[in-house]
Design a binder for this molecule. Structure first.
Ligand SMILES: [Mg+2]
Length: 463
């Protein structure tokens, strides 16, 4: 059953109850609290209810997972009638076949108090891993925060320390009406491409484009000396492309970036996502080659999506060799695995994905730590869906001043917009999203609508 969230208000009765209960635990008798306390009590505090609520906890009763469109959705249910939701990108290795990896954690969660998010996470965090394994852990963490917020009648950002910004910036990446193909190689083609971006209505001031190993360029015989036999038919394509660059490959890259940069003018920043991956010496040469075009960042030049390692020293050499900001981190699980990148000043910008790194509290921690080292944050999340978008907004509101923008994600398919409530309309204005104040993550299913999109296998998901 759907938990109908209530708007938060300044005089939250449950908040007062918590304060008084804590004051009582701290040794203050009700008599010492005096008249003001009595007045507070008369407006909502019930000592007998407080007594029982302090001894009774919310308990997790179930963990469920369902495919809804292209989103793999995790639901944690409780005996208080509150449910929390999280979402896993349903691309690459993640999809319907990924359900067992989520359900693996069910026995660790049952009967735990979901509002003790960290204590629950200590049980399951150690049982995760680099992308895609950490995705299940991350979605569960988001569902726990969703419950904790709803139980406290507060938006999650309040539980993370409160917001430092009222609007969270997003950057454009994949998406209908967001990213457009450059139809040719003349200056006019690049101007036309840029005009489409500017006319899209989102007002993004940062756009990220794929290049090199993220595009068909990787198969161009003039691009690299890469020489591997393709995977057998019927199996998944070998995903991790690497190869030594040819001189003609450098020219392709420089021409393309120059064209894009000229098309965009000075109004929009351009980030470039390369894959992985270049050989280290090629990456150094490419970064220097592209410096004159002032990219906002160069992403995943050496490692990236689905690489279960970090290679911090290689990144350090690359970063020290160029003024172009070097960016990576979307596949990395847990704060500990960001430590070398941060402590060695091995990158300029980190791009963790809260739906892969272990959740939003991991992102908050990494952001705070990175800020001490002069490293900026541009979190990944292009396929995380609308629940992933909600999580980015909640944590993005609380991140320090090293925050640039998160990677915007769209509903997939578009009917996802019709099965949730709580999103602003339009969601993005001038590249910014207003932080909403609904409890929990603040984006909730309209169950009667969402239920229509469940397969037979998942038909009991919302029951
Ligand atoms: Mg990337």
């Amino acid at each position: 059953m759907k938990n109908k969230p209530q708007p938060i208000c300044g005089n939250n009765p449950s908040g007062r109850r918590d304060f008084l209960r804590k004051a009582s635990i701290g040794g203050l008798s009700m008599g010492l609290l005096g008249k003001n306390a009595e007045e507070i009590i008369s407006t909502g505090f019930d000592a007998s209810r407080s007594e029982s609520s302090s001894s009774s906890k919310i308990r997790i009763t179930d963990l469920r997972v369902a495919m809804i469109g292209r989103g793999l959705v995790v639901r944690v249910t409780t005996d208080a009638g509150i449910s929390g939701y999280g979402q896993i990108e349903a691309v690459g290795l993640k999809g319907p076949g990924y359900k067992p990896f989520v359900l693996f954690y069910k026995d660790y969660l049952l009967n735990e108090d979901p509002t003790n998010v960290e204590r629950v996470m200590m049980k399951i965090r150690r049982m995760g891993g680099f992308k895609p394994w950490g995705s299940a852990v991350s979605a569960i963490e988001m569902a726990l925060w969703d419950i904790a917020g709803k139980a406290a009648n507060l938006p999650v950002y309040k539980l993370l320390g409160g917001k430092v910004r009222d609007q969270v910036r997003a950057y454009a990446s994949y998406g209908e009406g967001i990213r457009f193909t450059v139809e040719g190689t003349t200056p006019q083609h690049y101007r036309d491409w840029a005009e489409k971006i500017k006319a899209s209505g989102y007002g993004f001031t940062i756009i990220k484009e794929n290049l090199a190993f993220q595009t068909p360029m990787k198969n161009d015989p003039n691009f690299t000396y890469r020489n591997l036999t393709r995977s057998a038919r019927g199996s998944r394509e070998y995903y991790y492309y690497r190869g030594p660059l040819k001189i003609s490959g450098y020219k392709m890259l420089a021409d393309h970036v120059e064209g894009m940069r000229r098309g965009l003018g000075d109004e929009i920043d351009l980030g470039l996502d390369f894959g992985p991956g270049f050989m280290l010496s090629d990456a150094i040469k490419v970064a220097k080659l592209l410096e004159p075009y002032n990219p906002i960042w160069l992403e995943d030049m050496l490692t990236g999506d689905y690489n279960p390692y970090v290679l911090a020293d290689n990144y350090r050499r690359l970063t020290e060799s160029t003024t172009a900001p070097i960016h990576t981190g979307e596949q990395i699980y847990l704060r500990q695995n960001f430590l070398e990148l941060i402590d060695r000043h091995a990158v300029d910008i980190l791009g963790p994905d809260p739906a892969d790194m272990g959740g939003i509290s991991e992102l908050k921690w990494v952001s705070e730590h990175a800020d001490l080292y002069g490293i900026q944050m541009a979190p990944h999340g292009t396929f995380n869906g609308l629940l992933g978008l909600a999580a980015q907004v909640q944590v993005g509101a609380t991140m320090p001043e090293n925050y640039i923008a998160f990677e915007y994600t769209q509903a997939n398919p578009s009917w996802w917009y019709d099965i949730v409530e709580g999103l602003p309309d339009p969601i993005v204005r001038d590249g910014l999203i207003d932080v909403w104040d609904r409890p929990g993550m603040g984006v909730d299913f309209i169950v009667s609508e969402a239920r229509k999109h469940l397969s037979d296998e998942d038909r009991n998901f919302f029951d």
